[in-house]
Ligand binder design. Structure first.
Ligand code: TYD
Ligand code: MG
Length: 496
């Protein structure tokens, strides 16, 4: 047989090429090809084996199956993200930037399970045993019967695990540091990561142990190398947060055994990660209700309502092309809301820089935030202070219409729970039943049908002294004047 040629593998997406290329044609990453050995593992010699396979029986959809009980860690926020506990025989990939707290979270989960008499094995490929011990000591978990090792060879790890009772949970921190002799490529390359993950996944499936793989992500948020692993594992969760904030969010990205988009909220303290049972209160703490340009968004994360403050700053630009900067939301979505405000709300934003921030370092993905973003933008532009006890939610269409969003009941309930008195919601979503439910909560729900209604009503709240007026754009000032006589400070959006 001819000597197999070596292959060039994209370190970003795992696609292969016969020759080196400057740019990957699949993921458009530059300079990501690295020469690796000939392909090994599944599929490598498939052609030669054709016609020699074992025959197996095919079965129908109905039939008996056995469902092993899930393993609850007892850390409620973690169990929520896994969809109600770890599934035996499943593999979970937890990605996150270095230093975000992945190892801390997992050692806490290991200790919690070990204390419940499960066999738990924690393999660190990055830190020495002493370092892990030191952390456990700091966290007050040194007494938990977790079995620990600093190892990187997958073969050695699996051989060790064959001895003794099958572990309920095996943590591999991190998959990038693992290597297997079955693949010839250097440790850390896509080929190695894939081969090591394959071996560990096979171990999970054959023994019924739950395996957690830790993966580091690159700057742009992709799980480096392990992006190829994402397809192989049963669940992917990403651990997010930013250095300036204490809280961390574990977000389910993929889950074969539970809902995705579920989040768990933690706070990094001196004694490790603690659960945040009321995240809305946390995200709204430190809110300055007397500042313009802020609106509270009644959002949903998975099945859980979450209130968060949206901050906008609209200021005259000194540049030819105004700046638009967004933290925590989709820039394309902001561009759309700005365009709709111009086209259907009568605002002129071409001469203004726009900055948008989701307070607290949270990243929101919902289009339902459109209305809150628009309210914050109009407030900042006009200098009008939004009523502090009001929450906003609703999607804005390109026509300027406010479209209904899901889970309005849960959003309203959460707002009422946190002491809000009023909600501005899509008019179509405010049904008589919901109105009465709102009334039960003591919440006044006002329907908003079109963006122009929102602009006019917020403009009414704008201050009328001359200094401010000069700073305001003519359109909003005029809007305020045409609304003339009613200088009531109460926002009334029911007209739409
Ligand atoms: P770590 O779990 O090592 O991050 P990762 O495994 O994702 O790289 O967390 C490291 C950070 O967490 C480090 O900057 C210090 C901080 N930390 C605390 O603030 N309190 C603690 O109790 C612990 C253990 C860590
Ligand atoms: Mg770590």
């Amino acid at each position: 047989m001819a000597k197999p040629h070596s292959l060039f593998v994209c370190q970003s997406c795992g696609s292969t090429a016969q020759r080196w290329q400057g740019r990957c044609e699949d993921c458009n990453e530059w300079n990501s090809f690295v020469e690796e050995g000939a392909p090994t593992g599944i599929g490598a010699r498939a052609a030669g084996l054709a016609g020699k396979g074992r025959v197996f029986a095919l079965e129908g959809l109905s039939g008996s199956y056995e469902e092993a009980p899930r393993i609850l860690s007892g850390i409620a926020e973690l169990d929520r993200v896994t969809g109600g506990g770890f599934v035996p025989g499943s593999v979970i990939l937890i990605g996150g930037e270095p230093g975000i707290g992945k190892s801390t979270l997992l050692i806490q989960a290991c200790a919690a399970l070990a204390n419940k008499k499960h066999r738990v094995v924690y393999i660190s490929g990055e830190e020495a045993v002493a370092q892990v011990r030191l952390r456990a000591e700091r966290l007050g978990l040194a007494k938990a019967p977790v079995e620990l090792a600093a190892e990187t060879s997958v073969e050695d790890i699996l051989a060790t695990l064959q001895q003794g009772k099958r572990p309920s949970l095996l943590v591999i921190d991190s998959i990038q540091t693992m290597w297997t002799a079955k693949a010839e490529a250097a440790p850390g390359t896509v080929t190695q990561v894939r081969a090591a993950a394959q071996a560990l996944i096979r171990y999970a499936k054959t023994t019924g142990a739950c395996v957690i793989l830790v993966g580091h992500v690159t700057k742009d948020g992709q799980i480096a190398g392990p992006r190829v692993v994402e397809h192989m594992v049963d669940a992917v969760a990403s651990f997010e947060g930013d250095g300036g904030h204490q809280f961390r969010i574990l977000r389910a990205v993929k889950n074969r055994f539970g809902p995705t988009d579920e989040i768990g909220v933690f706070e990094m303290t001196g004694a490790g990660l603690s659960e945040v049972l009321n995240p809305s209160a946390l995200f709204l703490s430190g809110r300055d209700a007397s500042a313009t340009g802020t609106a509270v968004f009644a959002g949903m994360e998975g099945t859980r309502p979450l209130l968060v403050e949206i901050q906008a700053l609209v200021s005259p630009t000194a540049l030819g092309t105004p700046r638009r900067a967004v933290v925590g939301w989709d820039p394309a979505r902001l561009a759309m809301v700005l365009a709709v405000l111009e086209a259907h709300g009568g605002l002129r934003l071409g001469q203004y820089d726009v900055y948008l921030n989701v307070a607290g370092g949270l990243r929101i993905q919902e289009p339902a935030a459109d209305l809150a973003v628009a309210a914050a933008l109009i407030s900042s532009l006009s200098g009008a202070l939004l009523p502090p006890e009001t929450v906003f939610f609703g999607e804005i269409g390109l026509s300027g219409a406010i479209r209904p969003v899901s889970h309005s009941g849960a959003r309203l309930k959460e707002a009422a729970k946190l002491g809000f008195a009023r909600a501005i919601a899509p008019a179509a979503a405010v049904e008589p039943t919901e109105k009465s439910r709102g009334a039960d909560n003591g919440l006044i729900i006002e329907g908003c049908a079109h963006i122009s209604g929102l602009v006019a009503d917020i403009a009414q709240l704008a201050p009328r002294n001359e200094n401010r007026k000069s700073a305001r754009p003519p359109s909003v000032a005029q809007g305020a004047q045409t609304q003339g006589g009613s200088s009531s400070a109460v926002i009334a959006l029911a007209r739409g």
